[in-house]
Design a protein around this ligand. Structure first.
Ligand code: GRF
Length: 216
């Protein structure tokens, strides 16, 4: 089985990118990051990629007149690396339908909430305000609906009495760094696909909350 070619898209710190790079280097994920693309030139994740000897690309949305024009260029850039999987890791852009359709079943995102709760921004504060007992993170296939594609797996984090958005975010982040490599590992082992509107794992259509989370 050929190693999975990953292209990772970022806009910021890239701590999830780092977890995926580390998991590739240790052999946990059967693949490698062939390029890291950022829409922001100052994203720290680009430094992480360079430190690991990985190709980096900056494609600034400011140089394009429209979302469609940007996504067309982004699509060509991604394609030029011939990826098996496109990994969105803190890529802070809303994607056009044509880009999403092009990489259907080959694009994952991580979102800091237990989807379908709290699509969009400020998820940690919203979970605290709602007095939820649990918060967490979800990895899902990307579809046209923002943060709405089929969930592959979720990591749960209890909300503690004195939690602020920052303390909660930190604990969610720690879980993300285990969850995202796990799901990419499944994909790299050809155990994970998207068929119709379902995530399929080990030949089972996954329920709304995805596959049970277990550290492998
Ligand atoms: C994560 O919280 C992720 O859930 C969200 O963006 C953040 C990225 O963090 N999509 P990092 O850049 O990987 O540190």
């Amino acid at each position: 089985m050929a190693p999975t070619r990953l292209v990772v898209l970022i806009s910021g710190s890239g701590s999830n990118l780092q977890a995926i790079i580390d998991a590739c280097q240790s052999g946990y994920i059967r693949g490698s990051v062939v390029s890291v693309i950022s829409n922001k030139a100052d994203a720290y994740g680009l430094t992480r990629a360079k430190n690991a000897g990985i190709d980096t690309q900056v494609l600034s949305h400011k140089e394009f007149e429209s979302r469609e024009a940007y996504d067309a260029a982004l699509s060509d850039l991604i394609d030029s690396f011939d990826p098996d999987l496109v990994v969105l890791a803190g890529f802070m852009r809303i994607l056009t339908a044509s880009l999403v359709q092009k990489f259907r079943g080959k694009m994952l995102n991580i979102h800091p909430s237990l989807l379908p709760k709290y699509q969009g921004l400020n998820t940690h504060q919203r979970a605290i305000d709602a007095q939820d007992a649990f918060h967490g993170a979800s990895v899902h296939f990307v579809t046209e609906e923002l943060d709405g594609g089929p969930v592959v797996c979720q990591a749960k984090v209890p909300i503690l009495p004195n939690d602020t958005a920052d303390t909660l975010a930190q604990r969610v982040h720690e879980q993300e760094h285990k969850l995202y490599p796990l799901v990419v590992k499944w994909f790299s082992e050809r155990r994970l696909t998207m068929e119709a509107d379902y995530a399929v794992f080990d030949d089972q259509n996954l329920p709304a909350e995805g596959a049970p989370y277990s550290e492998e």
